[in-house]
Design a protein around this ligand. Structure first.
Ligand code: ATP
Length: 252
């Protein structure tokens, strides 16, 4: 099941540059939440703070509290455990290119020492089914490499890989922006199905996409969270003039 995310006074820096400023936010469990805002406003930095990816950059630093369910991710657990519980999918599909489809999905479990073939087979099948890819690849699981399938299939493979380790949260940073419209629709359908089991946070430049998939939307501007509300409210009756200017295309 998904866990909720509570962010309190989150600040982030790259070197001396203060990139995220005092973010406070509650992301509900088992829903999709969209993050929108103009380029460079800090959306990616924010989601990278939610699974401690931000600190993998040597010049980057974060302060504040992020709770995923009962866990304070900066205090109670090691980054490796955090990244298992909080999966991430990026803009460009990044399957392991030389590994088979099967091994891509099984990689996280194998890394954690799982060797039982029956269990691995089950998890690979279940994860590929959850990512709506099983029917397209089931006959080539060990024959084809992760790089040999289409871009849209690669992105669903990356989602299957993230799901295989049984996360509670799935972070998606512009997961469809490199894909064609048909593949994009498949990813959106998938988000719709997955959110009953996982908490999904999706960064998107596409406001129609946010409106289609997410119950809640946050609007970021120059490192601050200007407004967070039900998606319908954000797009029809925002409380802040800056949100209105953005969604009506006056800037960004
Ligand atoms: N690795 C980095 N080193 C230094 N500064 C960075 C780094 N990554 C991002 N920044 C800066 O942090 C700010 C926020 O960037 P971020 O990528 O989080 O924004 P974004 O809203 O996701 O943008 P986009 O929509 O273009 O992906 C920008 O000013 C950016 O230049």
């Amino acid at each position: 099941m998904g866990a909720d995310i509570r962010v309190e006074n989150l600040n982030a820096w790259y070197g001396q540059t203060h990139t995220l400023k005092d973010i406070n936010l509650h992301i509900p469990a088992n829903h999709a939440t969209a993050l929108i805002g103009p380029s460079g406003c800090g959306k990616s930095t924010f989601v990278r703070c939610l699974n401690r990816m931000h600190e993998t950059n040597p010049i980057a630093r974060a302060e504040g509290t992020v709770r995923i369910g009962d866990i304070d991710i900066y205090k109670d657990a090691a980054p490796v455990e955090i990244r298992r519980r909080i999966g991430m999918v990026f803009q460009r599909p990044n399957p392991f290119p030389t590994m088979s489809i099967y091994d891509n999905v099984a990689s996280g479990l194998k890394l954690n020492g799982f060797r039982n073939k029956r269990v691995l087979d089950e998890v690979v099948e279940r994860s590929l089914k959850s990512a709506a890819l099983w029917d397209e690849v089931k006959d080539d699981l060990k024959k084809k490499s992760g790089a040999s399938i289409s871009g849209g299939q690669q992105q669903r493979l990356c989602i299957a890989r993230a799901l295989a380790v049984d996360p509670e949260v799935l972070l998606m940073d512009e997961p469809a922006s490199a894909l064609d419209p048909v593949s994009t629709a498949k990813i959106e359908d998938l988000i719709f199905q997955l959110k009953s089991q996982y908490t999904i946070v999706i960064v998107t430049h596409n406001m129609q996409q946010a409106a289609r998939v997410a119950e809640h939307t946050g609007f970021f501007l120059t490192g601050t969270l200007v407004e967070f509300d039900k998606t319908h409210k954000i797009f029809t009756n925002p409380s802040d003039k800056r949100t209105e200017d953005y969604i009506t295309g006056r800037f960004g």
